[in-house]
Design a binder for this molecule. Structure first.
Ligand code: TXA
Ligand code: MG
Length: 354
């Protein structure tokens, strides 16, 4: 299959709008289209068409018990696919949608098992990216979309990443440039007694608690070691994720000690003949030894830049062919939860504390 790349750099240009509408037709006909959202690129299909959803699993190589998020463009669509929606839940959606928040409710039978991996709940998100919104609107469908990467690889934050993973497997990729946030949406489960965050993201626990009162975070998510005994409730969270080809090790502690430790470990690896990569920050990038592949992930003082660059950086280290990758840690409140959740998974929970 040939994969067509369509560039949208001016959303108000009528020819470009028409190209998004053409992509909407592919979705309506049961096909797949990769598209930009404000979090990461998604791989979309008609959410209520089981055969279309099955194509997503095939293209990504994704286990079929891992449910998809249904993307909508209109608040009324929530009630078409979900029930038992509390007033605080509605207020939360009004506050944070469109935006990087996914909400789980009990599902109506109209949603096929092929979209929810057989679960009796459905995950719903209204993205804010104008291309995503117009794609959903013009398709006339709700769009099931996971991140548009091959299962297990870092999520795509550029159309080039999607092309790298899915070229030849899908008919169209819409290139809307780099995404703004860079990590996937916050997922909150509203189907149980207490609202529970299943995946941390840009919208924080504190922000959600302002609307909902009590909000729990699934304990497996913030644990510094892999929790085999506490099964994370989002089925996707149990799979190996974001994994770079290199062995990745996170170093956590006071900044000076972290730099010293990384330099020490990197030295040993280089002596053993390994190619070493280091994830530094703008604040620390000049403190590391020569001879390594060194990249800054952004400003520690501004965690938005860290989340924005994380996945692209992991792919860059793959390209550079490093054998071992050391990274500073970001256990700050708020966005730090989301960043460390991804980094711990990427490293297979290899964390050195100094
Ligand atoms: O930001 C995002 O959410 C992106 C963009 C494309 O919107 N999408 C995304 O989808 O990250 P995906 O499939 O890569 O991750 C969805 C996560 C998986 O861990 C999945 O297990 C969980 O959501 N999930 C989906 N439906 C669920 C449900 N009914 N109950 C529990 N977890 C669910
Ligand atoms: Mg994903």
């Amino acid at each position: 299959m040939d994969t067509i790349l369509v560039t949208i750099d001016d959303y108000y240009d009528l020819t470009q709008k028409q190209m998004i509408a053409n992509a909407g037709e592919i979705i309506a006909d049961g096909g797949l289209v990769a598209f930009p959202t404000e979090t990461v690129y998604g791989l979309g299909a008609d959410a209520l068409n089981e055969d279309a959803a099955a194509k997503i699993y095939e293209a990504k190589g994704r286990p079929s018990d891992n449910p998809l998020i249904v993307h909508i463009c209109d608040f009324a669509q929530v009630d078409e696919i979900a029930y038992d929606i509390s007033e605080p839940a509605r207020e939360m959606m009004r506050r944070f949608w469109p935006g990087p928040l996914t909400v789980i409710f009990k599902k109506k039978s109209i949603v096929p098992d092929g979209t929810t991996g057989g679960l009796n709940t459905v995950a719903i998100r209204m993205p804010s990216h104008p291309v995503a919104r117009y794609l959903i609107e013009s398709s006339g469908k709700m769009i099931a979309a996971p991140s548009a990467n091959t299962s297990g690889r870092p999520s795509p934050t550029l159309a080039e990443h999607v092309y790298e993973d899915l070229r030849g497997k899908i008919p169209m990729i819409i290139d809307g440039g780099p995404v703004s946030i860079g990590i996937e949406s916050t997922i909150i489960d509203m189907s149980g007694d207490v609202p529970t965050i299943l995946r941390p993201g840009f919208i924080s626990q504190t922000q959600l608690a302002e609307v909902l009162g009590e909000v729990k975070i699934d304990p497996a998510i913030l644990a510094k070691t892999m929790q085999k005994d506490i099964e994370a409730k989002a089925p996707g969270m149990k799979y190996r994720h974001y994994a770079p080809k290199a062995k990745m090790i996170l170093v956590e502690g006071e900044s000076e000690k972290v730099i010293e430790k990384i330099n020490e470990l990197a030295g040993k690896d280089m002596e053993a003949g390994n190619k070493v990569g280091i994830i530094a920050t703008d604040e620390t990038r000049f403190r590391y030894r020569d001879g390594v592949v060194l990249r800054s992930i952004g400003k520690r003082a501004n965690p938005d830049t860290v989340s924005h660059n994380l996945f692209a950086l992991l792919r860059e280290f793959d390209e550079a062919g490093v054998d071992v990758l050391y990274s500073e840690s970001f256990f700050e409140e708020g966005l730090g939860d989301a960043i460390m959740n991804r980094m711990l998974k990427a490293s297979g929970y290899q964390l050195v504390e100094v």
